[in-house]
Ligand binder design. Structure first.
Ligand code: 6PG
Length: 234
């Protein structure tokens, strides 16, 4: 199996090892731009990083999000709220280092604002490290299957609509995702087994599975998984 696919016994072991890796990575950098994943999987990683908070110089790190639900920052669906309660509340990060996607604002305006925030702070458009999750339908960030948002664009952010709930989202586009220096997917649980198999074994490349379009461009993507998500993978 490729060395880019890391398989851990369970989500806790994955979170500890990835936190260790993160600590080491930050140690060797003077400043860095990180884009965080939303959803539920990364919460344990953020909580684990909070446990190691005194081992990291948080002033080096600028936090962005790869996508956000179009809700207020105190709404239970907010990726920012999830990150805040798991990590940000426990670390001394300068306020100016938190680049929150304003889910409460008009989606199209916020997508344009965030585009500009990234362009003015990261002229290379190259994040140091982007963490991403993987939906069972093969979406990542809020780039959903068979949507216009998968098409080539110079926009860094787009407005998306969740295919089931209809909830608006703001999401990075592939244009910014594919430029990152390092991209790590966090994928755990048996409910992700089928989609992981389609991407890593069947090597599907299709708008049906948006993550496959990114993987097709960036074979150096890291897959941080657990045994439940990859059991039976050759
Ligand atoms: C979001 C995420 C989304 C998520 C996947 C996996 O805002 O929900 O950006 O892409 O990473 O849907 O979600 P789980 O980690 O909850 O399985």
């Amino acid at each position: 199996m490729s060395d880019k696919i890391k398989v851990f016994k369970n989500p806790s072991e994955l979170a500890e090892k990835l936190a260790e890796e993160f600590i080491h990575y930050v140690d060797n950098k003077s400043t860095l731009n990180i884009a965080l994943a939303g959803g539920s999987t990364p919460k344990l990683l953020y909580e684990t990083l909070a446990k190691h908070s005194n081992e990291i110089d948080w002033s080096k790190i600028h936090f962005y999000w790869g996508d956000e639900r179009c809700v207020s920052p105190d709404h239970s669906d907010s990726n920012y709220l999830m990150t805040k309660t798991a990590l940000l509340d426990y670390i001394d990060t300068p306020t100016e280092n938190i680049h929150r996607l304003l889910g409460e604002d008009v989606p199209e305006n916020e997508a344009r604002r965030y585009d500009n925030e990234i362009k003015s702070n990261i002229p290379s458009l190259k994040f140091d490290w982007i963490f991403l999750g993987l939906g069972t339908d093969g979406h990542t960030a809020s780039l959903f299957p068979n949507t216009e948002n998968l098409k080539n664009t110079t926009d860094l952010c787009v407005v998306a609509e969740h295919p089931e709930s209809g909830q608006n989202r703001i999401s990075f586009t592939f244009s910014i995702l594919e430029k990152a220096d390092r991209i790590s997917f966090l994928v755990t649980g048996s409910n992700k087994k089928d989609v992981i198999h389609k991407i890593l074994v069947d090597k599907i490349v299709s708008d049906e599975y948006p993550v496959s379009l990114l993987f097709n461009k960036r074979k150096d993507i890291e897959w941080w998984t657990d045994e439940n998500a990859v059991s039976g993978l050759s």
